[in-house]
Write a new protein. Structure first.
Length: 79
């Protein structure tokens, strides 16, 4: 009635920890000068865009100052 259960249901799961490959991946190629320059230009463009949008957007975010003179319409003159 009672069956003996395996401690690990799948044997390949237990063996997976011990598996080591003898194949090493090839070394990564170094980026060329043109690739490095391109990456730098893209980074600088992104940073310049963020700084420019911040500089142009700050006046819109600042609280508005009340005008020194008040404008009235003709209807408020009582005519």
């Amino acid at each position: 009635m009672f069956r003996r259960r395996e401690s690990v249901p799948f044997s390949f799961v237990a063996e997976a920890d011990r598996f080591r490959s003898n194949v090493t991946p090839p070394p990564r190629e170094r980026a060329s000068v043109s690739q490095l320059a391109g990456r730098s230009l893209v980074g600088l463009t992104v940073v310049a865009g963020l700084v420019g949008s911040l500089i142009l957007g700050l006046p819109a975010l600042s609280p508005t100052q009340s005008p020194s003179h008040t404008e009235q319409t003709e209807a408020s003159d009582g005519r």
